[in-house]
Design a protein around this ligand. Structure first.
Ligand code: FRU
Length: 453
């Protein structure tokens, strides 16, 4: 029923019916339909390739395909044909999230086949596909390459997804999301010598009781020889300003014992403190830099462009380069993207993607939007808190969280903010990227950033 050809034809025939009102200019969005997680983010033959969880047929989540696009500068994207469609028994209810790895000019993908069995139970298995031209992908005959049956009994078979491939000391690995039967999130490590035969290696890291029930979309990487693990926990318990979104996105620094395949975290934090940042994935570019991109939404929130029948939903965050300074992760836009934002001052109408720089000496409260429809953001010098508050938006974005998450903040001594504003989003970088807050909004009419007073 589903195929790459059918999806491509549908997109070409219908993409002109999409309403552009809230479409950003410098954030990646789908041509038509629904998009969630970034997948297979990779640098291949001089270009960034981005795949994404995609339902071309509606602006709501449904049977997942992998959309595909590429970019030279991370600012302008070219759409490519659909990479994967759910057309096999082993992925019949969706090609779920996964990742890419380049080996000798071949672009390999590993993704989750989502299967709803006849009795209604769910199986999730891992599959591989490859391409030598970066456009056409071939699913391999060995699929599925690993199933839940190969996991230890203490791990759920229905939550086994989102493999992130990497190579380490001549061996291939993937970290994969699972749920431990203790009802906590858990990342497992699988290994392979040849990318075709995979086996379970170890429980890489098991979460604690308050740290969420499934750790989706893991990513393992190293910067300056130091190990990092990203996960997207469902239902991480809220702690004052942190983890307030129903689905959070965290980064852990740690140490790995590769003999036993275990990650020992030494610290943990939310990657982004705004309302909309999930399923972050990284890749390495030609300059050996770690670049991260995330879904600029999170689950359980109203889908405004779907409700308005605009024919699309979902945007990616701005890609960010991760570096480490004084043992802290710093996020920074690549220059090729930063250059595209026009510098504006307070009270200036925002006509295109804009960047505003704010030096902080005392408490400051700013509004972004129109007089009646705006978000507030700023710095509370007494509490040492940078925040974004969505309570004054016309299109309220209250989600499934027990307490409505209108206000999000982060404790930090702030001296400088840089805010990147596109048609429907703001990304606030604090002190040149020590912390970031990312949130979306849907505001009609000409927008400005203006002061409270
Ligand atoms: C995360 C996620 C993944 C899954 C995909 C399905 O947002 O739930 O765990 O593979 O989305 O679209």
């Amino acid at each position: 029923m589903y195929s790459i050809e059918r999806a491509n034809e549908y997109i070409q025939a219908n993409k002109h019916h999409v309403t552009a009102t809230y479409q950003p200019k410098l954030h990646f969005i789908p041509e038509i339909g629904w998009m969630n997680d970034p997948n297979g983010f990779v640098y291949y033959k001089g270009e960034y390739h981005l795949f994404y969880q995609y339902n071309p047929y509606d602006s709501k989540w449904d049977t997942m395909h992998w959309g595909h696009a590429k970019s030279k500068d991370l600012a302008h994207w070219e759409y490519l044909p659909i990479a994967l469609a759910p057309d096999q028994d082993y992925d019949k209810n969706g090609c779920f999230s996964g990742s890419a790895l380049v080996v000798d000019d071949t672009l390999w993908l590993m993704y989750t086949g989502h299967i709803v069995n006849e009795d209604g139970s769910i199986s999730q298995v891992q599959n591989m596909a490859y391409s030598t031209d970066g456009i056409t992908f071939h699913k391999i005959k060995e699929n599925p390459v690993i199933t839940g049956q190969q996991l230890p009994n203490e791990i759920s078979r229905s939550d086994f997804r989102d493999p992130k491939l990497f190579e380490k000391d001549g061996k291939y690995y993937a970290v994969v999301a699972t749920q431990h039967l203790d009802q906590v999130g858990c990342v497992v490590l699988i290994e392979s010598e040849n990318l075709l035969d995979w086996s379970f290696k170890s429980i890489f890291l098991k979460g604690e009781q308050n740290q969420g029930i499934v750790w989706e979309c893991p990513d393992y990487f190293e910067i300056d020889g130091q190990s990092y693990l990203i996960v997207s926990p469902m239902q991480y318990h809220s702690e004052y300003l942190d983890f307030n979104n129903q689905n959070s996105n965290i980064i852990m620094q740690g140490r790995v014992d590769w003999q036993v395949g275990k990650f020992y975290p030494s610290n943990l934090k939310e990657i982004d403190h705004g309302h909309d940042f999930y399923a972050a994935q990284t890749t390495k570019n030609a300059d050996n830099e770690r670049v991260m991109i995330a879904w600029m939404h999170t689950w359980g929130r109203p889908l405004i462009t779907d409700q308005l029948q605009h024919g699309w939903f979902g945007s990616m965050s701005l890609p960010r380069i991760l570096t480490v300074q004084e043992n802290q992760i710093i996020q920074k836009l690549p220059e090729s993207l930063d250059n595209q934002f026009v510098k504006v001052e307070l009270n200036e109408e925002l006509k295109q993607p804009s960047k505003i720089e704010i030096d902080i000496k005392e408490t400051i409260e700013l509004k972004l939007g129109t007089k009646e429809d705006y978000i507030s953001f700023g710095y509370d010098a007494f509490r040492k808190e940078v925040y974004i508050d969505r309570k004054n938006l016309k299109y309220q974005l209250i989600g499934e969280e027990r307490n409505p998450v209108l206000y999000r903040g982060v404790q930090i001594q702030a001296t400088h903010l840089t805010a990147y504003i596109d048609q429907q989003s703001i990304e606030i970088f604090v002190n040149d990227g020590q912390e970031v807050l990312t949130s979306v909004f849907y505001i009609e009419g000409p927008k400005k950033v203006y002061s409270q007073r």
